[in-house]
Design a protein around this ligand. Structure first.
Ligand SMILES: Nc1ncnc2c1ncn2[C@@H]1O[C@H](COP(=O)(O)OP(=O)(O)OP(=O)(O)O)[C@@H](O)[C@H]1O
Ligand code: SF4
Ligand SMILES: [Mg+2]
Length: 316
Protein backbone atom coordinates (compact mmCIF):
# COMPACT_ATOMS: atom_id res chain seq x y z
CA UNK A 1 0.00 0.00 0.00
CA UNK A 2 1.35 3.42 -0.94
CA UNK A 3 1.74 5.93 1.87
CA UNK A 4 3.09 8.48 -0.57
CA UNK A 5 2.29 8.83 -4.23
CA UNK A 6 4.24 11.47 -6.12
CA UNK A 7 2.87 12.14 -9.59
CA UNK A 8 4.71 14.03 -12.33
CA UNK A 9 6.31 16.43 -9.85
CA UNK A 10 8.06 19.48 -11.25
CA UNK A 11 10.11 21.80 -9.06
CA UNK A 12 12.01 24.67 -10.61
CA UNK A 13 14.32 27.38 -9.24
CA UNK A 14 13.80 30.79 -10.83
CA UNK A 15 17.32 32.23 -10.82
CA UNK A 16 18.70 35.37 -12.45
CA UNK A 17 20.51 33.24 -14.98
CA UNK A 18 17.59 31.01 -15.90
CA UNK A 19 15.11 28.41 -14.73
CA UNK A 20 16.77 25.43 -13.06
CA UNK A 21 14.62 22.36 -13.73
CA UNK A 22 15.75 20.57 -10.57
CA UNK A 23 12.90 18.05 -10.50
CA UNK A 24 11.33 17.64 -13.89
CA UNK A 25 8.47 15.19 -14.00
CA UNK A 26 9.20 12.66 -11.27
CA UNK A 27 6.62 10.00 -10.37
CA UNK A 28 7.32 7.78 -7.41
CA UNK A 29 5.20 5.70 -5.11
CA UNK A 30 6.46 4.85 -1.61
CA UNK A 31 5.01 1.83 0.17
CA UNK A 32 4.05 1.79 3.82
CA UNK A 33 6.87 0.47 5.98
CA UNK A 34 9.49 0.28 3.25
CA UNK A 35 12.91 1.89 3.13
CA UNK A 36 13.44 3.61 -0.17
CA UNK A 37 16.67 5.39 -1.00
CA UNK A 38 17.03 8.16 -3.57
CA UNK A 39 20.51 8.08 -5.06
CA UNK A 40 22.36 10.08 -7.70
CA UNK A 41 25.26 12.45 -8.21
CA UNK A 42 25.41 15.91 -6.70
CA UNK A 43 22.90 18.25 -8.32
CA UNK A 44 20.60 15.50 -9.59
CA UNK A 45 17.63 16.92 -7.64
CA UNK A 46 17.47 14.49 -4.70
CA UNK A 47 17.14 17.14 -1.99
CA UNK A 48 14.71 19.16 -4.05
CA UNK A 49 12.51 16.08 -4.39
CA UNK A 50 12.75 15.30 -0.66
CA UNK A 51 12.07 18.88 0.46
CA UNK A 52 9.05 19.12 -1.79
CA UNK A 53 7.18 16.44 0.14
CA UNK A 54 6.71 18.47 3.37
CA UNK A 55 6.57 21.58 1.13
CA UNK A 56 9.86 23.03 2.37
CA UNK A 57 10.96 24.43 -1.00
CA UNK A 58 11.87 28.08 -0.52
CA UNK A 59 12.10 30.86 -3.13
CA UNK A 60 13.55 31.07 -5.72
CA UNK A 61 12.28 27.48 -5.84
CA UNK A 62 8.69 26.67 -6.63
CA UNK A 63 6.67 23.51 -7.11
CA UNK A 64 5.24 24.13 -10.55
CA UNK A 65 3.42 20.91 -11.31
CA UNK A 66 2.29 17.51 -10.22
CA UNK A 67 0.67 16.00 -7.16
CA UNK A 68 2.00 14.64 -3.88
CA UNK A 69 -0.61 12.35 -2.38
CA UNK A 70 -0.04 11.46 1.25
CA UNK A 71 -2.53 8.80 2.34
CA UNK A 72 -4.76 10.12 -0.44
CA UNK A 73 -4.49 13.83 0.51
CA UNK A 74 -2.75 16.10 -2.02
CA UNK A 75 -0.17 17.94 0.08
CA UNK A 76 0.13 20.55 -2.66
CA UNK A 77 -3.44 21.66 -2.00
CA UNK A 78 -2.84 22.36 1.71
CA UNK A 79 -1.88 25.65 3.33
CA UNK A 80 -1.34 27.21 6.72
CA UNK A 81 -2.33 25.28 9.79
CA UNK A 82 -3.45 22.25 7.81
CA UNK A 83 -0.04 21.94 6.18
CA UNK A 84 1.78 22.40 9.49
CA UNK A 85 -0.17 19.45 10.88
CA UNK A 86 1.39 17.18 8.28
CA UNK A 87 4.90 18.48 8.83
CA UNK A 88 6.59 16.77 11.72
CA UNK A 89 3.50 14.94 12.89
CA UNK A 90 3.02 12.82 9.75
CA UNK A 91 6.23 13.48 7.85
CA UNK A 92 9.46 13.70 9.86
CA UNK A 93 12.61 15.22 8.43
CA UNK A 94 16.28 14.81 9.29
CA UNK A 95 18.99 16.77 7.49
CA UNK A 96 22.75 16.55 7.06
CA UNK A 97 23.46 19.27 9.61
CA UNK A 98 21.36 18.91 12.78
CA UNK A 99 22.84 22.12 14.23
CA UNK A 100 20.87 23.97 11.57
CA UNK A 101 17.62 23.23 13.38
CA UNK A 102 18.65 22.47 16.98
CA UNK A 103 18.57 25.67 19.00
CA UNK A 104 22.04 26.08 20.57
CA UNK A 105 20.62 27.95 23.59
CA UNK A 106 18.14 25.35 24.75
CA UNK A 107 18.62 21.87 26.14
CA UNK A 108 17.92 19.00 23.80
CA UNK A 109 15.24 17.59 26.10
CA UNK A 110 13.33 20.87 26.27
CA UNK A 111 13.37 21.16 22.47
CA UNK A 112 11.86 17.72 22.01
CA UNK A 113 9.36 18.32 24.84
CA UNK A 114 8.26 21.62 23.33
CA UNK A 115 7.53 20.11 19.96
CA UNK A 116 5.51 17.35 21.65
CA UNK A 117 3.40 20.00 23.37
CA UNK A 118 3.09 22.04 20.20
CA UNK A 119 1.72 19.07 18.29
CA UNK A 120 -0.62 18.14 21.11
CA UNK A 121 1.06 14.81 21.87
CA UNK A 122 1.61 15.67 25.51
CA UNK A 123 -0.87 17.42 27.76
CA UNK A 124 1.52 18.79 30.38
CA UNK A 125 5.12 19.90 30.67
CA UNK A 126 6.05 16.97 32.86
CA UNK A 127 4.44 14.47 30.49
CA UNK A 128 6.30 16.08 27.56
CA UNK A 129 9.59 15.87 29.44
CA UNK A 130 9.07 12.25 30.25
CA UNK A 131 8.17 11.49 26.61
CA UNK A 132 11.29 13.38 25.47
CA UNK A 133 13.33 11.13 27.77
CA UNK A 134 11.72 8.08 26.17
CA UNK A 135 12.57 9.41 22.72
CA UNK A 136 16.21 9.92 23.69
CA UNK A 137 16.39 6.40 25.10
CA UNK A 138 14.91 5.04 21.91
CA UNK A 139 17.88 6.41 19.98
CA UNK A 140 20.40 5.17 22.55
CA UNK A 141 20.95 8.38 24.51
CA UNK A 142 20.44 8.08 28.31
CA UNK A 143 17.45 10.14 29.42
CA UNK A 144 19.52 12.17 31.87
CA UNK A 145 21.28 13.68 28.86
CA UNK A 146 18.05 15.61 28.18
CA UNK A 147 19.54 18.52 30.14
CA UNK A 148 22.56 19.05 27.89
CA UNK A 149 22.88 21.64 25.14
CA UNK A 150 23.48 20.60 21.52
CA UNK A 151 27.16 21.70 21.55
CA UNK A 152 27.85 19.32 24.44
CA UNK A 153 27.13 16.36 22.17
CA UNK A 154 29.22 14.77 19.43
CA UNK A 155 28.11 15.04 15.80
CA UNK A 156 26.74 11.51 15.88
CA UNK A 157 24.82 12.15 19.12
CA UNK A 158 23.38 15.37 17.71
CA UNK A 159 22.13 13.42 14.72
CA UNK A 160 20.58 10.89 17.13
CA UNK A 161 18.84 13.75 18.94
CA UNK A 162 17.55 15.03 15.59
CA UNK A 163 16.17 11.57 14.85
CA UNK A 164 14.69 11.36 18.37
CA UNK A 165 13.01 14.73 17.88
CA UNK A 166 11.56 13.63 14.55
CA UNK A 167 10.47 10.17 15.71
CA UNK A 168 8.97 11.45 19.01
CA UNK A 169 6.11 12.89 16.96
CA UNK A 170 5.43 9.38 15.63
CA UNK A 171 5.49 10.32 11.96
CA UNK A 172 4.53 7.65 9.43
CA UNK A 173 7.42 8.56 7.18
CA UNK A 174 10.92 9.76 7.99
CA UNK A 175 12.74 11.61 5.22
CA UNK A 176 16.47 11.72 5.90
CA UNK A 177 18.60 13.85 3.56
CA UNK A 178 22.26 12.77 3.75
CA UNK A 179 21.94 12.32 7.55
CA UNK A 180 25.39 10.75 7.92
CA UNK A 181 27.45 12.47 5.24
CA UNK A 182 29.29 14.59 7.79
CA UNK A 183 29.98 11.64 10.11
CA UNK A 184 32.69 8.99 10.10
CA UNK A 185 31.86 5.49 8.85
CA UNK A 186 31.49 3.88 12.28
CA UNK A 187 29.03 6.53 13.46
CA UNK A 188 27.34 6.38 10.05
CA UNK A 189 26.70 2.65 10.48
CA UNK A 190 25.26 3.22 13.97
CA UNK A 191 22.84 5.88 12.71
CA UNK A 192 21.80 3.68 9.78
CA UNK A 193 21.29 0.70 12.14
CA UNK A 194 19.15 2.92 14.35
CA UNK A 195 16.97 3.96 11.42
CA UNK A 196 16.67 0.29 10.38
CA UNK A 197 15.56 -0.58 13.92
CA UNK A 198 12.90 2.14 13.81
CA UNK A 199 11.73 0.88 10.44
CA UNK A 200 11.47 -2.70 11.65
CA UNK A 201 10.10 -2.13 15.15
CA UNK A 202 7.77 0.79 14.50
CA UNK A 203 6.80 0.16 10.92
CA UNK A 204 8.31 3.51 10.01
CA UNK A 205 8.56 4.28 6.30
CA UNK A 206 12.03 5.62 5.51
CA UNK A 207 13.13 7.74 2.58
CA UNK A 208 16.89 8.14 2.58
CA UNK A 209 18.56 10.63 0.27
CA UNK A 210 22.18 9.75 -0.39
CA UNK A 211 24.86 10.05 -3.05
CA UNK A 212 26.23 6.72 -1.75
CA UNK A 213 24.66 3.84 -3.68
CA UNK A 214 26.70 1.35 -1.62
CA UNK A 215 25.09 2.60 1.57
CA UNK A 216 21.66 2.57 -0.07
CA UNK A 217 22.18 -1.02 -1.20
CA UNK A 218 23.02 -2.13 2.32
CA UNK A 219 19.95 -0.71 4.04
CA UNK A 220 17.17 -0.17 1.53
CA UNK A 221 14.30 -2.26 0.29
CA UNK A 222 14.19 -0.24 -2.91
CA UNK A 223 16.47 2.18 -4.68
CA UNK A 224 15.39 5.04 -6.96
CA UNK A 225 18.12 6.56 -9.12
CA UNK A 226 17.90 10.20 -10.17
CA UNK A 227 19.80 11.88 -12.96
CA UNK A 228 19.46 15.51 -13.97
CA UNK A 229 16.05 16.05 -12.36
CA UNK A 230 14.54 12.79 -13.57
CA UNK A 231 14.06 9.31 -12.19
CA UNK A 232 16.01 6.94 -14.42
CA UNK A 233 15.76 3.64 -12.58
CA UNK A 234 13.85 2.08 -9.69
CA UNK A 235 13.58 -1.37 -8.20
CA UNK A 236 14.41 -3.72 -5.34
CA UNK A 237 17.79 -2.62 -3.93
CA UNK A 238 19.61 -5.91 -4.50
CA UNK A 239 18.40 -6.26 -8.08
CA UNK A 240 19.25 -2.69 -9.01
CA UNK A 241 22.77 -3.03 -7.66
CA UNK A 242 23.53 -6.54 -8.93
CA UNK A 243 21.86 -6.08 -12.29
CA UNK A 244 21.43 -2.41 -13.20
CA UNK A 245 19.46 -1.72 -16.37
CA UNK A 246 20.09 1.97 -17.00
CA UNK A 247 23.65 2.77 -18.16
CA UNK A 248 23.82 5.62 -15.63
CA UNK A 249 23.05 3.28 -12.73
CA UNK A 250 25.66 0.86 -14.03
CA UNK A 251 28.29 3.57 -14.19
CA UNK A 252 27.29 4.92 -10.78
CA UNK A 253 27.85 1.47 -9.25
CA UNK A 254 31.19 1.04 -11.01
CA UNK A 255 32.29 4.41 -9.69
CA UNK A 256 32.03 3.18 -6.08
CA UNK A 257 35.17 1.60 -4.65
CA UNK A 258 34.45 -1.92 -3.41
CA UNK A 259 36.69 -2.99 -0.51
CA UNK A 260 35.87 -6.68 -1.09
CA UNK A 261 36.58 -6.82 -4.78
CA UNK A 262 39.68 -5.81 -6.59
CA UNK A 263 37.58 -3.92 -9.07
CA UNK A 264 38.89 -1.00 -10.99
CA UNK A 265 37.05 2.16 -9.96
CA UNK A 266 35.69 3.95 -12.99
CA UNK A 267 34.54 7.51 -12.38
CA UNK A 268 31.68 8.51 -14.66
CA UNK A 269 33.22 10.58 -17.46
CA UNK A 270 31.92 14.09 -18.04
CA UNK A 271 29.66 15.95 -15.64
CA UNK A 272 25.93 16.29 -15.07
CA UNK A 273 24.22 18.81 -17.35
CA UNK A 274 23.29 22.39 -16.54
CA UNK A 275 19.67 22.08 -15.48
CA UNK A 276 18.86 25.53 -16.86
CA UNK A 277 19.36 24.04 -20.28
CA UNK A 278 19.30 20.24 -20.10
CA UNK A 279 20.22 18.24 -23.22
CA UNK A 280 17.32 17.21 -25.46
CA UNK A 281 16.29 13.57 -25.68
CA UNK A 282 17.81 11.42 -22.96
CA UNK A 283 19.54 13.77 -20.54
CA UNK A 284 22.31 11.24 -20.05
CA UNK A 285 23.16 10.99 -23.76
CA UNK A 286 26.25 13.25 -23.73
CA UNK A 287 27.90 10.83 -21.26
CA UNK A 288 26.41 7.54 -22.36
CA UNK A 289 28.59 4.90 -24.03
CA UNK A 290 25.49 3.15 -25.44
CA UNK A 291 24.04 6.25 -27.07
CA UNK A 292 22.11 5.72 -30.31
CA UNK A 293 20.83 8.41 -32.70
CA UNK A 294 17.32 8.28 -31.20
CA UNK A 295 18.70 9.10 -27.74
CA UNK A 296 19.48 12.66 -28.79
CA UNK A 297 15.94 13.56 -29.79
CA UNK A 298 13.50 11.26 -27.97
CA UNK A 299 12.76 12.13 -24.37
CA UNK A 300 12.43 8.87 -22.47
CA UNK A 301 10.09 8.28 -19.58
CA UNK A 302 10.31 5.71 -16.83
CA UNK A 303 8.61 2.46 -17.78
CA UNK A 304 7.97 -0.51 -15.55
CA UNK A 305 9.34 -3.91 -16.49
CA UNK A 306 9.21 -7.28 -14.68
CA UNK A 307 10.10 -7.75 -11.02
CA UNK A 308 8.94 -4.36 -9.79
CA UNK A 309 11.67 -2.72 -11.80
CA UNK A 310 11.49 0.40 -13.89
CA UNK A 311 13.95 2.33 -16.06
CA UNK A 312 14.01 5.06 -18.67
CA UNK A 313 16.65 3.85 -21.14
CA UNK A 314 15.41 3.80 -24.72
CA UNK A 315 17.92 1.20 -25.81
CA UNK A 316 17.83 -1.43 -23.05
N1 LIG B 1 18.05 27.53 -3.74
C1 LIG B 1 18.43 27.20 -4.98
N2 LIG B 1 18.53 28.14 -5.93
C2 LIG B 1 18.89 27.84 -7.21
N3 LIG B 1 19.18 26.59 -7.61
C3 LIG B 1 19.11 25.62 -6.71
C4 LIG B 1 18.74 25.85 -5.34
N4 LIG B 1 18.76 24.68 -4.67
C5 LIG B 1 19.13 23.74 -5.57
N5 LIG B 1 19.35 24.30 -6.80
C6 LIG B 1 19.75 23.59 -8.03
O1 LIG B 1 18.84 22.54 -8.26
C7 LIG B 1 19.54 21.41 -8.77
C8 LIG B 1 19.25 20.22 -7.86
O2 LIG B 1 19.81 20.48 -6.58
P1 LIG B 1 19.60 19.51 -5.34
O3 LIG B 1 20.18 20.21 -4.17
O4 LIG B 1 18.18 19.11 -5.28
O5 LIG B 1 20.48 18.26 -5.77
P2 LIG B 1 21.05 17.06 -4.88
O6 LIG B 1 20.88 15.85 -5.72
O7 LIG B 1 20.42 17.07 -3.55
O8 LIG B 1 22.59 17.40 -4.79
P3 LIG B 1 23.63 17.12 -3.57
O9 LIG B 1 23.98 15.67 -3.67
O10 LIG B 1 24.78 18.01 -3.90
O11 LIG B 1 22.95 17.47 -2.29
C9 LIG B 1 20.99 21.80 -8.85
O12 LIG B 1 21.27 22.20 -10.16
C10 LIG B 1 21.10 22.95 -7.89
O13 LIG B 1 22.12 23.83 -8.27
S1 SF4 C 1 18.40 6.27 -23.68
FE1 SF4 C 1 20.28 6.21 -24.90
S2 SF4 C 1 21.61 7.82 -24.06
FE2 SF4 C 1 19.98 7.40 -22.58
S3 SF4 C 1 20.86 5.91 -21.20
FE3 SF4 C 1 19.77 4.74 -22.76
S4 SF4 C 1 21.31 4.34 -24.34
FE4 SF4 C 1 22.14 5.93 -23.03
MG1 LIG D 1 21.18 17.25 -1.62
Amino acid sequence: MAVLDIQDLKVHYYTLTGIVRAVDGVSLSVNKGEWISIVGESGSGKSTLALSIPRLIMPPGRIVGGRILYSGVDLLSLAGEELRRYRGREIGMVFQDPTAYLDPYRTVGSQIAESLLEHGLASSGSEAESMAGDALELVGIPRDRASVYPHQLSGGQRQRVAIAAAVALEPKILIADEPTTALDVVVQAKIMDLMKKLQEERGLTVMLVTHDIGLAAEYSDRIAVMYAGELVEIGPAEDVVSNPIHPYTEMLIKSVPDPWEDREVKPIPGSPPDLRNPPPGCRFHPRCPLRQPLCTNTRPSLRMVDGGRGHSCLVR
